[in-house]
Design a protein around this ligand. Structure first.
Ligand SMILES: [Zn+2]
Length: 418
């Protein structure tokens, strides 16, 4: 079987033919296959602007387009680009079906790299396939653009909003997920977490689709609450468990750090050192060693411990079924916390009181929206921003997020084995 036969099976273009195929180099590590591509006799070049064929004008220098490697051998298409004398656009470079725009890699190879980029970090993909990080990014970008243009927008009735901190804690991205039971995916990413950001999301979603929203999960962040009330006031707005509990974790962290400093200044035993995780984890998730540390901690009547116990106590809230009883629990918990003299916890309690109705919506929406979805996405998104490290600009992070979490459609083709 000839290589040309295989190429005809996987990459056939009506107006072009494959010419000579050469194997260049002698060491196994640096072999290259060069494939000549020629226009079919009498075929006319296609204008890259209006996509219509026209008479040929002249030819440009030969271009190399990288194709999917074969048996560890790099493969290139070599093609002499023509210029077309287009009736409407003037003299333009022709459009070729195996690559987009000025790209020097074939679309097939771009899909191949993008597929791997979902499983490996971009840097690893570049390393493994002897290409640049820039090429990997462009491939992923192409896949995302293709998928975003063709994604289905039907059936979006439940969404969750979240924010991700990136670039060493200085910048926020607002992310919106679809959290319907039958379809969970990243819908939209926006810079910052301001009113404007969220307004842009609703603009993207469109008025008609916004009216179809039934449930919206978010944090108690003020701009979010305002925009959601304005743009989707008919939907049940839920402040979700993940965000409430992370406010409490932050409060405990604050109390712990302050108390640790105080204990150190007093010359007391540094009992709070290395205890951060014991206090933030659920008891059932502790390691044996952490369990011992927690036991020692509880023996001291520290502010940190009291805050921890308040948080643990609050876990009971989520077991309620009826919003009425949950509401009673919430009120009691808030009263107790307000008496605790633990300022960061009081702050949480005040916030919970202020948004009592939205929080109780959790119970009204129970069973309709999945509880751990936003939290799960939050962790995956954080991992993704870390994996795209090295190519960091807000746009690269955006593209990486859509690529890994967007469940975007892909063309049905041959290079899908990765
Ligand atoms: Zn044209």
């Amino acid at each position: 079987m000839q290589l040309k036969t295989i190429l005809h099976h996987i990459e056939r273009h009506r107006s072009f033919v494959y010419g000579e195929i050469r194997l260049i180099g002698d060491a196994p590590g640096d072999l290259v296959l060069e494939v000549d591509v020629r226009p079919r006799a009498n075929s006319r070049p296609v204008c890259s602007r209006c996509h219509r064929p026209g008479p040929g004008y002249d030819t440009l220098a030969q271009r190399r387009f990288q194709f999917v490697p074969l048996w560890g051998i790099l493969v290139y298409f070599l093609y002499v680009m023509r210029r077309v004398h287009c009736e409407t656009c003037g003299v333009k470079v022709e459009e070729v079906p195996w690559a987009v725009g000025r790209h020097r890699i074939t679309t097939s190879y771009a899909w191949f790299l993008a597929g791997w980029a979902r499983r490996l970090s971009w840097i690893d993909v570049a390393r493994v396939f002897h290409t640049s990080g820039e090429t990997v990014f462009r491939s992923v970008d192409m896949a995302v653009e293709w998928g975003r243009a063709r994604m289905s927008m039907a059936g979006i009735t439940a969404i969750g909003m979240d924010e991700i901190l990136w670039q060493r804690g200085h910048k926020y991205l607002t992310v919106v997920y679809q959290i319907n039971e039958e379809c969970k995916r990243l819908l939209w990413v926006g810079q910052d977490r301001r009113t404007k950001t969220l307004l842009r999301f609703f603009q993207w979603l469109g008025r008609e689709r916004s009216t179809l929203l039934e449930f919206i999960c978010s944090d108690m962040w003020k701009p979010y609450l305002q925009v959601i009330a304005k743009k989707a006031g008919h939907a049940v707005h839920v402040v979700d468990r993940f965000h409430i509990m992370s406010h409490m974790s932050k409060a405990i962290d604050e109390i712990r750090a302050k108390e640790a400093r105080r204990l150190k200044a007093d010359g007391c035993e540094p009992v709070l050192k290395r205890t951060r995780w014991c206090l933030l984890k659920r008891p059932e998730n502790l390691t044996e060693r952490q369990e011992v540390t927690l036991g020692q901690l509880l023996a001291y009547n520290l502010r940190t411990v009291r805050a921890y116990l308040l948080k643990e106590d609050f876990q009971g809230f989520w077991n309620y079924v009826s919003p009425t009883w949950a509401g009673k629990f919430l009120d009691r918990w808030c009263t107790r916390t307000m008496r605790s003299r633990l300022e960061p916890m009081q702050k949480v309690a005040r916030m919970l009181r202020r948004h009592r109705e939205l929080i109780l919506n959790w119970f009204r929406a129970k069973g309709t929206i999945s509880t751990a979805t936003v939290e799960g996405f939050h962790n995956k998104a954080k991992l993704t921003t870390r994996r795209a490290y090295g190519l960091r600009s807000s746009r690269t992070v955006e593209v990486a997020l859509y690529h890994t979490l967007g469940k975007l459609p892909e063309p049905v083709g041959t290079h899908r084995f990765c």
